[in-house]
Design a protein around this ligand. Structure first.
Ligand code: NAD
Length: 487
């Protein structure tokens, strides 16, 4: 079905959504379309008072609706109705997503939106299955662990998959009985606002989902430091994650979940199925033009097959063509901003100056908008920023190894540990190395998430703290209480 649209025909609402209503505030930040650089809207930046208003609305909604104390099936039913509406409104949501983000509308409508609705249903179903525990205690005593929601969750999301990231935060928080104050990225605010509006239309009590617009330093800091926020759930860069930890330490201790950056290796042995592997490596680094936390940005390949695999990848990389995110047929995704594109270029240039060989790509596309060519760099030095830094673009380094031990040394990153890919037909080796890889997720003979939402996602080392998805994400939205009664 043709999902294309014209940005001129879209109505954008650059306002906060608090207590079930849009709240207009002075416009301060411009939102631009990465597909062609056009100006789309000017959004407000919620200050401490506006964040306070959103937190108060969340508290009032919790109290008046009794959301946390409802029979769990009632919460589940409300969340399923919300998921139904999200599916019914997939085209509108996908347009609001595509207009300002890097997500092609064709993919957003049938992929991102539908998976998000499915994940909301997945989280909802924990509400009447996951609970406390009766524990062994001495005769005459009753010991148990009960679990309760936190209250108000402060959620902060990045721009790279705006609908999915909002769903990962809102789904488990609401299912677990909380209210949320969500700040989407200042570059991609519109789909989250509409999701919040849909929740009210679906009968989720108004005020349980509040969306405040703004940047990190003002609005984000006001959320993470607010005494009425009981827990922070953040997805974004490691640098912002560290700033959030600092702010929380300064303003009062509160629990937090941090999903941060990555620099993930994809390790290929010479017994791997090369066609399948080349497909996985291509998708691993090029989906969303490399703007994914899980991007497989470091290819580590056994010497005997290195030339063959590099040739196959070069041919695959060269066939991508840009297309506006609102075009009927999805093309190669744009880079979110000119600032980010220039950063990508500077890292690639530095790698080349340090002796790296650009096998393919290495420059922006000759096309309107912010598009960067799929880029593969061989012979990079281990200290090159192309190998050490999260680039967040369609750029992969390609290193070779001879032995398993060398492969593991190259795969290990000093700070990041989000994901890793292994390609081999040798099951014993796959099991052995899966154990050794320092990462929160390991994929063998595939790269990227599936629709098995039960698998939690989250990083080791500086890639994060805690998990999204899975049972873990639901549990992370509740806190336990140990009870001992002498009978
Ligand atoms: P970012 O850290 O710049 O911003 C993320 C969000 O945090 C935005 O809403 C921003 O306004 C806000 N923010 C920034 N500074 C803040 C502060 N000091 N206090 C509070 N909020 C603040 O990241 P980005 O550029 O939007 O997204 C890309 C990054 O996100 C990459 O590093 C990527 O790896 C990471 N990411 C991680 C995951 C994961 O699951 N681990 C998923 C998606 C993206």
């Amino acid at each position: 079905m043709n999902k294309s649209f014209s940005p001129d025909d879209l109505t954008l609402r650059p306002a906060h959504f608090i207590g079930g209503d849009y709240v207009v505030d002075k416009g301060r930040l411009d939102v631009l379309a990465p597909s062609d650089g056009r100006w789309l809207a000017r959004i407000p930046v919620a200050d401490a008072d506006m964040v306070d208003r959103a937190v108060a609305a969340a508290r009032t909604a919790l109290k008046q609706s009794g959301w946390a104390g409802l029979r769990p099936r009632e919460r589940i039913r409300a969340l399923h109705r919300w998921a139904d509406l999200i599916e019914a409104e997939a085209d509108t949501l996908a347009r609001l997503e595509a207009v300002c983000s890097t997500r092609p509308v064709a993919h957003a409508a049938t992929g991102d939106v539908m998976v998000t609705a499915e994940q909301i249903r997945f989280f909802a179903e924990f509400a009447d299955k996951e609970g406390g525990d009766l524990v062994p205690a001495g005769t005459g005593s009753l010991g148990f662990i009960s679990s309760q929601p936190y209250g108000v969750i402060g959620a902060i999301a990045p721009w790279n998959f705006p609908i999915s990231m909002a769903g990962w935060k809102l789904g488990p928080a609401l299912a677990a009985g909380n209210a949320v104050v969500l700040k989407p990225s200042e570059m991609t605010p519109f789909s989250a606002l509409y999701m919040a509006e849909l929740s009210v239309r679906a009968g989720v009590p108004a005020g349980l989902i509040n969306v405040v617009l703004g940047d990190g330093p003002v609005t984000g800091t006001a959320i993470t430091g607010h005494p009425g926020i009981d827990k922070v759930s953040f997805t974004g860069s490691t640098r912002a994650g560290a700033a959030i930890m600092e702010n929380i330490a300064r303003t009062g201790i509160k629990p937090m979940t941090l999903e941060l950056g990555g620099k993930s290796p994809m390790v290929v042995f010479d017994d791997a199925d090369l066609d399948m592997t080349a497909d996985c490596l291509e998708r691993g680094i090029l989906s969303n033009a490399g703007q994914a936390c899980i991007a497989g940005s470091r290819m580590i390949v056994q010497r005997a097959i290195a030339d063959d695999l590099a040739d196959r990848l070069a041919a695959r990389f060269a066939r991508h063509r840009p297309a506006a995110t609102w075009a009927a047929k999805a093309g190669f995704c744009p880079i979110i901003s000119e600032v980010q594109l220039k950063r990508i270029q500077s890292i690639v240039t530095a790698a080349a100056e340090q002796g790296g060989q650009i096998v393919t790509g290495g420059a922006r596309f000759d096309h309107e908008g912010s598009y960067y060519q799929p880029t593969l760099i061989r012979d990079v030095t281990a200290t090159s920023p192309a190998v050490t830094e999260e680039i967040f673009g369609p750029v992969a380094t390609f290193q070779t190894f001879d032995t398993e031990q060398e492969a593991m040394e190259l795969a290990s990153h000093p700070t990041y540990g989000l994901c890793a890919g292994l390609f081999t037909r040798d099951l014993s080796r796959a099991m052995r190395l899966t154990d050794q890889l320092e990462a929160g997720t390991v994929w063998v003979n595939r790269y990227g998430r599936s629709r098995d939402h039960i698998l939690p996602t989250g990083g080791w080392k500086a890639s994060g703290l805690g998990k999204d998805l899975g049972r873990e994400a639901y549990v992370a939205n509740r806190r336990t209480k140990s009870v001992l009664i002498d009978l």
